[in-house]
Design a protein around this ligand. Structure first.
Ligand code: IPM
Ligand code: MN
Length: 360
């Protein structure tokens, strides 16, 4: 019995295509083993296309994306294009239009990985950040008046409605429930809401009340806690073992997951999912397009490979997804990959892909 998934592939900019190629290699070998087939559809979105045609995501492409089972993305962003055009025009447009309202970012230290938190091991760093992915400051409310004068005023508003908050919290509580069943050590820890409600008394209060209400009414068996976002950055470094599932609004989630990526060993290993639980989700290494390493076979494809694993898990192919993660763990344990940093792996991008594929 073999199942076919229709996957949109967007290598994108910079090193994106190189890491996606390795991810597809690994997805191919896990597919052979678990009887999965892929109908891959390539989309050449990104800086090159924009420079050539002025297009970011044409409406016709967006219509096609809606019909896929999932999207596998490398990176979007190019130094020659004015900041914001590709990010808003492609990445945020897809997130918003496909209503991928959850940004799921696991922070997990694998064996043999150098983390600046040297005394912490894989048992201490293993949590998931659920970043609300369609609201907040990212909605683009605001504007500018008296531009280019001394009296110029710019505003950028943090906007949240209860529905957007509730559906994100729901996903987080459900994930916490699932993880508590997986490992006793997860069940010992609370689910954390992260915000800044001592200052952001409107949005913070909305999130806090919604969190308390849903927790109390529907998930009474789950321990709950709250952390200010500034304090949580401190604890990511000092006591990462306190965390299991964290849920937070869009901008705070953006910021703390870069820190999360660092404590798990860097951008070379950090994967993320833009998830619409009822629709089409998109999976990506969270590191960006790394222009200076483009085309040199030095970039680390592990984050893209792990994003492929998340994609399969989200599609319901739990065993195949976990097989990818297990192969990554085995490769790291072997000590063959010298470092996660670009150019310091002791092997090339394609060799890392080959190694993981061979370990499936
Ligand atoms: C991320 C990125 C994006 C974001 C940028 C490129 C728009 O930093 O995926 O975390 O801010 O969400
Ligand atoms: Mn970011």
């Amino acid at each position: 019995m073999s199942k076919t998934y229709k996957i949109g592939v967007m290598g994108g900019d910079g090193t994106g295509p190189e890491v996606v190629k390795e991810g597809l290699k690994v997805l191919g070998s896990v597919g052979k083993k678990y009887g999965l087939k892929y109908d891959l559809v390539n989309y050449d979105l990104g800086g090159e296309r924009y420079k050539r045609t002025g297009e970011t995501v044409p409406d016709s492409v967006l219509a096609e994306l809606r019909l896929l089972d999932a999207i596998y993305l490398g990176a979007i962003g190019q130094p020659e294009v004015k900041p914001g055009i590709l990010e808003k025009g492609i990445l945020l447009r897809i997130r918003f239009e496909l209503d991928q309202y959850i940004n799921l970012r696991p922070v997990k230290l694998y064996p043999n990985v150098y983390s600046p938190l040297r005394d912490k091991g894989p048992a201490d760093i293993d949590f998931v950040v659920i970043r609300e992915n369609t609201g907040g400051i990212y909605t683009g409310h605001g504007g500018v008046t008296r531009e280019n004068t001394q009296d110029e005023i710019a505003t950028q508003l943090m906007v949240y409605d209860r529905r957007t908050v509730d559906r994100c919290l729901k996903y987080a509580f459900e994930l916490k429930k699932k993880r508590n069943k997986q490992k006793a050590k997860y069940a010992d820890k609370p689910i954390h809401l992260v915000h800044k409600r001592n200052v952001l008394t409107y949005c913070g209060d909305l999130w806090f009340r919604a969190f308390e209400e849903m927790g109390e009414k529907e998930y009474k068996e789950l321990k709950r806690d709250y952390a200010h976002v500034d304090a949580s950055t401190m604890w990511f470094v000092k006591n990462p073992e306190w965390f299991d599932v964290l849920v937070t609004e869009n901008l705070f989630g953006d910021i703390i997951t870069d820190l999360g990526a660092m404590i798990q060993g860097g951008m070379g290993i950090a994967a993320g999912g833009n998830i619409n639980p009822e629709g089409v989700s998109m999976f990506e290494p969270i590191g960006g397009s790394a222009p200076k390493y483009t085309g040199q076979n030095v970039i680390n494809p592990l984050a893209a490979i792990c994003a492929g694993g998340m994609m399969l898990e989200t599609l319901g192919e739990t065993k195949a997804g976990q097989a990818i993660e297990q192969a990554v763990i085995k490769a790291l344990e072997s000590g063959k990959i010298k470092s996660l940093a670009a150019g310091k792996m002791g092997m090339g991008t394609t060799e890392v892909g080959d190694l993981i594929a061979s370990l499936i």
